[in-house]
Design a binder for this molecule. Structure first.
Ligand SMILES: C[S@@+](CC[C@H](N)C(=O)[O-])C[C@H]1O[C@@H](n2cnc3c(N)ncnc32)[C@H](O)[C@@H]1O
Length: 564
């Protein structure tokens, strides 16, 4: 009976749909056995803040080793072992202000598969007519094809945090979601995912709860965050959870005038109109001839699949036609990229191509003599329009930096910290934030600057995200493992010239810093690297206003001058 009560009143279990999927029923039954039948003390955890009135008896929902063996036996019969639930022995507990949450009953190493939750999928119409008006609306999220999904099992009980310790990815083929630890998770720590930037409830966020309901300050950010914070999960989850934004979020999409921004954009020297052949900035690129027209479309498709169609060459046409044959622009790497087998192609060769689009007709004519170029007459330096939501996101990143830099002073390192948050607009680009300190002192290595350290971390992470085969292919390409394409970097001190160059080479989208470095800075201090002639990428630079206000609001660690 207790089992029925537990399941019947839970948010997702015991539905008609569930019973239709016998594979899931097996999983759930295992969960029941472990949750209720076992008396093992290690598998029972009582909620310290009172059991009465709770919608279930708080127990572990983990399976004992014995049960896991059972599970494997069942699944070894042609089944898929990845479907075994609760592999990391998580348990459920109730939290003030949050409801139930998922907790670790043992330390979980980083990058560990925690859970694979099957999902129930509702058509848009079915959901609109029924689900949306029920409790389900707190548990569902938008699936890739627009249907509404409900994660079964543990998947529906992960609460939200702006600094999640769990990332997830959607497996469309198997109709499930996998949850993976984004860092080491401690015993009794709550496991949280990131729902998105637009929440429909006021989050109790950035507070680490333990099973005995003690509150502790989050290692990353302990300020209440009405808009959800900085981080996110894997997969396409900008709109992860369907919900109605509350009044807190009314202004989130409102645009803010440039004067209202908490930083000042540094104006890069405007791109010169290259109207003389000697003024045209060129870079060497790999090109391959396609002798037969019929292969052109195949090659363009291959270019896309191989990831060579990135932004850096978007100011150029990819195909140049000359008589019956055409040539395909590949990339600007040091070595020629591998070409698809089975298609009759020439050997790749290098050509100088324009670095920028054509701003005038004269420049277009000249540039076309090198390679067909895009005509973009109005393209001037136009600042991106920011919303309140994005300002909040950036402010959180800066607050996080300040705290980290104070921490650095206690370890004897220079107080320089770099931070790459999950992007605000396209959060599918990076599923978790990264922070790195300057470690020149402890490592006695002059190149261990915070910016370089964080580039390395992001690159390693992105490389790990690639499937093994793709990773091998990617690894052979110049630079692909350390790209910050599409990402924003927040840093306490203006990056030095070396770091600015590395950021440029990494294709970072924008850099924000607190403390200008007039003697050594590469983002406007000593030099402005992205404004230099000949560079093949430019990034935007924002100088945080606090830093201009005579150190106001800056921790002491950042207010004092450093020689770095
Ligand atoms: C998917 S459910 C998570 C499990 C839920 N706590 C429960 O007891 O069933 C999502 C709901 O949990 C609550 N929730 C999740 N994260 C929260 C947070 N950080 N602060 C407050 N409430 C939260 C919200 O009510 C939200 O609608």
């Amino acid at each position: 009976m207790e089992l029925e009560r537990l399941l019947g009143r839970g948010p997702v279990l015991y539905s008609r749909h569930l019973l239709l999927r016998c594979r899931f029923v097996v999983c759930v039954q295992l969960r029941l056995d472990s949750a209720d039948v076992s008396n093992g003390a290690s598998r029972l955890r009582h909620v310290s803040n009172g059991m009465a009135g709770l919608p279930f008896t708080a127990t572990t929902i983990t399976d004992s080793p014995a049960n896991r063996e059972d599970a494997q036996e069942i699944h070894s019969d042609g089944g898929d072992k990845d479907w075994i639930l609760n592999r990391q022995k998580c348990y459920v507990n109730v939290l003030e202000g949050k409801g139930r949450g998922v907790f670790a009953s043992q330390a979980i190493p980083a990058q560990t598969l925690i859970e694979t939750s099957p999902v129930l999928l509702f058509t848009k119409e079915e959901y609109e007519d029924h689900g949306r008006h029920t409790l389900l609306d707190h548990y569902t999220f938008t699936w890739r094809d627009g249907r509404m999904a409900l994660a079964l099992g543990l998947g529906s009980l992960f609460n939200h945090s702006g600094q999640p310790n769990v990332s997830f990815s959607i497996d469309s083929a198997r109709e499930c979601i996998t949850y993976t630890s984004a860092r080491v998770i401690n015993l009794d720590e709550e496991l949280c995912i990131f729902y998105g930037h637009k929440l429909w409830f006021d989050p109790v966020d950035d507070i680490v709860y333990t099973s005995n309901s003690q509150r502790g300050t989050s290692e990353l950010n302990d300020e209440a965050d009405p808009w959800g914070g900085l981080a996110r999960i894997q997969g396409n989850t900008a709109d992860l959870i369907a919900g109605t934004p509350t009044k807190l979020h009314r202004k989130i999409d409102e645009l803010v005038e440039e004067g209202g921004l908490p930083f000042t954009w540094k104006k890069l020297a405007l791109q010169k109109e290259e109207e003389h052949i000697d003024d045209i900035e060129l870079v060497q690129a790999w090109v391959v001839d396609i002798p037969e027209q019929k292969h052109t479309a195949t090659m363009l498709k291959w270019l896309k699949q191989s990831g060579l169609d990135g932004d850096s060459l978007s100011h150029l046409k990819r195909i140049r036609r000359q008589g019956p044959s055409s040539s395909l622009l590949l990339d600007t790497s040091q070595v020629p990229p591998g070409l698809p087998p089975g298609i009759c192609l020439g050997a790749p060769y290098q050509l100088p191509i324009p670095c920028h689009p054509a701003l005038t007709e004269t420049s277009l004519r000249l540039k076309n003599t090198f390679w067909p170029t895009v005509f973009a007459p109005k393209r001037k330096w136009e600042p991106e329009r920011w919303t309140w939501g994005k300002i909040r996101w950036a402010s959180d990143a800066m607050n996080h930096l300040k705290k980290e830099s104070v921490k650095a002073t206690t370890t004897g390192e220079l107080p320089i910290v770099a931070y790459v948050p999950i992007p605000y607009e396209d959060d599918a680009q990076l599923s978790r934030p990264f922070v790195a300190h300057d470690t020149r002192t402890s490592t006695r290595h002059p190149l261990r600057h915070a910016a370089l350290n964080v580039i390395r971390k992001v690159a390693d992470f992105r490389a790990r995200q690639l499937p093994a085969k793709a990773a091998q292919e990617e690894a052979s390409k110049n630079g692909t493992q350390y790209l910050l394409t599409g990402l924003s970097l927040f840093i306490t001190h203006e990056p030095c010239i070396m770091c600015a160059m590395a950021l440029l080479h990494s294709r970072v989208k924008e850099v924000f810093y607190l403390v200008p470095m007039p003697k050594t800075g590469g983002c406007g201090g000593a030099v402005c690297v992205p404004s230099l002639k000949g560079v093949n990428h430019r990034f935007s630079i924002g100088v945080w206003k606090h830093s201009l206000d005579e150190g106001h609001d800056l921790p002491a660690a950042l207010a004092s001058e450093i020689d770095a």
